[in-house]
Design a protein around this ligand. Structure first.
Ligand code: PMP
Length: 752
């Protein structure tokens, strides 16, 4: 303190002041109270660039002084006639103290926020036009246009899910903001109008302090930063931006293009904030200050991902008086679809949804609504997961070819994928869909066994190819014309619920005896094919013990056993990575698809060396796209995300939470007759009062949830089973929301 007192006395004639420390980022700050008034003394490390910046800052504060109010700090001249005082290692400056209460400590009324917008706009009319080399040369990682400088801090965020959320917004920044970087207006902005830098008095903004983050950046960033802090902790964040934008537009209007990027610029500020907090925490692990101050930024970031960017854009546009984006009319889109798509292609919901974007467990429609996705199991890691998207983009820009060449992507991915299987399943054939995989599996089974018959379960679905339909009871049984092919043997699903059997063992024995009878009569079956949980059949897990009867019988008569893991595979079941593990068997062949590429078309057949060798029968197997480098990189990224985010355990925890809450509902609503499945692959069977399938209630729930912006499916022979199989980014809070809405629909329905 001695040196501070000395500087005050020698350079500013200030004797025995009251001195207290203040928060400072790149300087050490003291509040100085004297008989002559209140001041702020700032002390900086002596570096040439700091001197240049402080000189530029001085000029800018001087010109702001001409605005005619005392809302900005001003430099106090020292006895030496300069406003900077130098010691051997430090620079000191004394600033006037700007009075007022911080925006962060007063009630933020709409009038106050409007005045905030006007204040900022007025300030920017002065500073944005200035030119100062020292400020243009600054490259601060807090400048939103340098967001990506913060990427190096990403690894300081301990939770991989949080990290990937931030990474998602980095990716969106590259996609949506960077293309405009050379056409956005640039000039000097304050760049840190947060609520602890902004002062208020009598319900109006009266001043702003801390020009240390001033930089030469995009004008839109000024408003983005200001609204970010105002939104923190607010019930309806978007609504609180409206008065600020209005006020700003009246004084220094942003152009439409600038305003349209605001959603992503706000996200950028939040990302910078959380990255820097994470980093600071590693330097000061015990700091409550960092923990407390990072929370509102995380809270807002998690809220932000739930806000449809189109809704945000339109809110900002409306506030600024710009026309909102032109909406496509659903009827027009439907008639365009009808013109080119066959009517066999169905649409979900009587009022279909036009989807525009998606992120993790959220989908954004073109009307600005956000849907919570409890249905799309393909997006295992979450919609547009940055690791997966970037893996595909990078490889696509490097190499895309086919398996007739050698490339690391294929070798590395096969290694990683096969490491998830027992050693005897050591060969993989890549294709582009679950259907192509099923089709290939049947061909391989026939080639290996020299037999023709295929045994399948009732209500199963395995694909859309000619063979796919032949083996899918779910399809061929629906259309009498299609019918069952001669080479198909179908057998009832070994289910427990509503089958009259008290437990799994009894059900398994009963259904196995039927199947074993059929096997005996068959005169040679090439393959027995089943899903571990029959999805289209209404999420029915095979009774435990069933496959232990069937697999040996099939093998004994020369056939092979195939597990279709297209729906349930890759960790979704929580306790098990693959469905066959849940049932205690090891198949001879596995069919993979859907979640394997998190939305990218990739499928595979995994089998033994012996079966693979039988397929090498002089006819080459080739798939133009199967196993291409892009698909392999994507598949590999999916496996990495499953590991990094511990998604299998997450599926178990969140799934158990969901099962628990659904069981709670079951006590009050007997229509919920059965809750089954594992992890985040669940089915809820609904029965009516007479014990029959409650198709009506299932439809009411599906459509009612759609109105509440939650997506789920229905299936089963009577369409009376709710299918819940969300992206694995689905959280416990999402579960609670889903169950809350199911309850509210059941409540209304039970009163009718
Ligand atoms: N098997 C199962 C169990 C499936 O659910 C599906 C698709 N619903 C397929 C195979 C076929 O996959 P795809 O639609 O990718 O061709």
């Amino acid at each position: 303190m001695e040196h501070i007192l000395k500087v005050l006395k020698d350079s500013f004639n200030i004797d025995s002041p009251l001195l207290s420390s203040m928060e400072g980022y790149d300087s050490t700050n003291y509040k100085i109270v004297t008989g002559k008034g209140t001041f702020v003394l700032k002390m900086y490390q002596k570096k040439p660039e700091t001197i240049a910046i402080l000189k530029a800052e001085h000029k800018i504060l001087n010109s702001l002084g001409h605005l005619g109010n005392c809302g900005f700090p001003s430099d106090i001249l020292s006895n030496g006639g300069d406003y900077l005082v130098y010691s051997e290692n430090y620079i000191y400056r004394l600033l006037s103290y700007v009075e007022g209460s911080f925006l962060g400590e007063v009630e933020q009324t709409s009038d106050l926020l409007y005045s905030f917008g006007r204040f900022l706009g007025t300030m920017d009319t002065v500073i944005f036009q200035k030119h100062h080399t020292a400020i243009s040369a600054k490259e601060s990682q807090w400048d939103l246009k340098h967001l990506k400088k913060n990427q190096k801090l990403l690894n300081f965020i301990p939770d991989p899910k949080d990290r990937n959320l931030v990474d998602y917004f980095f990716m969106q920044f590259d996609e949506r903001v960077i293309p405009y970087q050379y056409i956005l207006r640039k000039g000097i902005i304050h760049s840190d109008a947060n609520d602890w830098n902004v002062l208020t008095s009598n319900g109006k903004i009266s001043g702003i302090i801390d020009f240390g983050d001033m930089c030469h950046s995009w004008l839109a960033n000024e408003l983005a930063i200001a609204v970010t802090y105002v939104m923190m902790g607010k019930e309806s964040p978007l609504a609180s931006t409206i008065p600020i934008i209005k006020g700003y537009q009246e004084t220094f209007p942003l152009e439409e293009q600038e305003l349209d990027l605001l959603y992503y610029l706000i996200a950028a500020r939040l990302c910078i904030s959380v990255c820097n907090s994470a980093y600071s925490k590693t330097l000061k692990p015990k700091s409550d200050y960092i923990t407390i101050s990072e929370k509102p930024a995380w809270d807002l970031l998690r809220k932000w991902i739930r806000i449809n960017p189109i809704k945000a854009k339109d809110t900002f546009r409306a506030a600024a008086g710009f026309p909102i984006s032109t909406k496509t009319v659903l009827e027009t889109q439907l008639s365009r679809r009808k013109a080119h798509m066959g009517s066999a292609l169905s649409l979900s919901y009587s009022k279909p949804i036009e989807m525009a974007q998606s992120a993790f467990q959220y989908m954004y429609d073109s009307d600005g609504n956000t849907f919570l996705d409890a249905y799309n199991n393909i997006m295992l890691a979450g919609h547009c997961h940055p690791k997966v998207v970037l893996a595909g983009q990078k490889t696509m820009a490097r190499l895309n070819t086919n398996t007739r060449y050698i490339y690391e992507d294929l070798l590395g991915y096969s290694d990683k994928l096969l490491s998830k299987f027992p050693p005897q399943l050591d060969k993989v054939f890549f294709v582009n869909s679950g259907s192509a995989a099923s089709d290939l599996a049947i061909r391989m089974a026939m080639a290996h066994t020299k037999k023709k018959k295929i045994m399948v379960l009732e209500h199963g679905y395995h694909g859309n190819t000619r063979i796919g339909i032949d083996i899918s009871h779910y399809k061929y049984s629906k259309n009498p014309g299609l019918g069952k092919q001669d080479y198909i043997i179908d057998t009832p699903v070994p289910k427990v619920f509503n089958s009259g059997f008290k437990n799994e063992a009894l059900a398994a024995k009963h259904f196995a005896s039927i199947a074993m009878g059929q096997i005996k009569e068959s005169m040679g079956i090439a393959a027995f094919l089943a899903e571990p949980i029959v999805g289209c059949g209404g999420q029915v897990p095979l009774a435990k013990g069933y496959l232990q009867y069937i697999y040996p019988k099939i093998r004994a008569q020369g056939g092979i056993c195939i597990s279709d893991e297209v729906q349930v595979g890759f960790g979704r079941l929580g306790d098990f990575f693959w469905g066959y593990e849940m049932l205690g068997v090891v198949p001879d062949m596995v069919i993979l698809g859907k979640p394997m590429g998190n939305g990218h078309p990739i499928g595979a057949v995994v089998t033994t060396s012996e079966i693979a060798a039988s397929f090498d029968n002089g006819v080459e197997f080739f798939s133009s796209f199967g196993g291409n480098p892009v698909s392999c990189s994507i598949g590999n990224a999916v496996l990495e995300v499953i590991e990094e985010e511990n998604l299998q355990k997450h599926a178990k925890d969140v799934g158990n939470h969901l099962i628990g809450l659904l069981k709670g509902l079951q006590n009050n609503y007997p229509e919920i007759a059965d809750i089954r499945g594992s992890g985040l692959f669940l089915g809820v069977e609904l029965l009516d009062k007479k014990g029959g399938p409650n198709t009506k209630l299932a439809a009411e729930l599906k459509n009612g949830l759609r109105e509440k912006h939650i997506l789920i499916g229905t299936d089963g022979p009577y369409d009376s089973v709710l299918k819940i199989k969300p992206p694995l980014s689905f959280s416990k809070a999402n579960v609670e929301e889903l169950v809350y809405e199911i309850r509210s629909i059941l409540e209304i329905s039970s009163k009718i």
